[in-house]
Design a binder for this molecule. Sequence first.
Ligand SMILES: *Cc1c(COP(=O)(O)O)cnc(C)c1O
Length: 422
Amino acid sequence: MNVRHFPKSSLGVDTPAGAIFSVHSIKIKMGDQGFLKPKVGFATTAIHAGQDSEKWKSGAVVPPIVTSTTFKQPAPAEHTGFEYGRSGNPTRNTLEECLAALDGGKYGLAFASGLGATTTIISLLSSGDHVISSDDIYGGTNRLFRQVAGRMGIETTFVDFTDLKKVEQEIKETTKMIWVESPTNPLLKVVDIAALAKIAKSRKDIIVVVDNTFLTSYLQRPLDFGADIVMYSLTKYMNGHSDVIMGAAIVNDDKIEARLRFLQNAMGTVPSPFDCYLVNRSLKTLALRMERHKQSSLIIANWLLKHPKVLEVLHPGLPSHPQYEISKRQTVGHSGVFSFKHAGDLKESRQILSALKVFTLAESLGGYESLAELPSVMTHASVPAEQRAQLGITDSLIRLSVGLEDTEDLIKDLDQAFKSAF
Ligand SMILES: *Cc1c(COP(=O)(O)O)cnc(C)c1O
């Protein structure tokens, strides 16, 4: 096998199966490929869907930010598609159309935040309804299910979705929704979405929601596998520049869309036109960004795998991942967010995280800048300690969000941080 030098810029360069990279004299062999191919036309759709200049009188090629909260009516109770900014806004509609197209869905709905999207989706349910959720989910979603939906009489059962028999066992008469994150957060467990949707469809009235924040429509399209709603925190990869808080839901079903559209307006969980403009703009580079995140994170995961102080690397793009085969079947590859466990404890975690210079110690993920964090005391501190322990969210579990910097600089940074801690 040829040993190649570490590529200076791997942007757009395909990583051939079995290619060996040499980084700091450590040889890294990339795993076999065999993931889904990116959707044909994805980048074109991201750039053009919903963006036609004809809909603006000026012919603007870049959709304008329409800030007007109200729209002139030709006659009382007659309007030309817009009446009041909460129920519809031209900049928001432009984004929603583009989002829908990217997921292969009929409808897109944008919300003020990811949790705003979740709150609205959960409001499809009524008191007495039951939700089955992945046990390892975004901390804020866990908190919303327990401390908000729970108080409104919507009960949630948390289950390990890597064992679908357990999901089947928990389905009861009142079960109305199955909430999936795949890969899960922060343990990167992969759920077989098609198999799960099949189980749910044994009962007509169960809605399957997939939080696709970690992968985006570029790397995974849950509607293709039978999901009913794709939910996003657009705050992360979809916007990708860490400067907007927003969420979305993508659906195919007319009835679900009508109800969500009603709730979006009735509950007022809407985003601002400025933010819609920024996310719409960011989607134009989504394909490029995700390719780079995918490649860089896989190289770093391989480097960590060989590190003597690393016990485990949780990355669905590694053949050692327990659900690697499922991951290959339903994704184009993995993004930049993954976790690893090192040989130390809280003290070493603190040292590694404070020594990092290129990675920023901060919550969140999916931006162009690399971030590192300690879920047990940061993003997942609101998950009850008992549940954390049970899941394996220990003080030696560090989560990375690999950004778009030069991969080699990120590896050097991790290398010096490890050296300072051990
Ligand atoms: C951040 C995040 C959310 C919540 O989104 P906000 O935009 O912060 O409200 C939900 N799910 C996942 C997986 C997230 O990473």
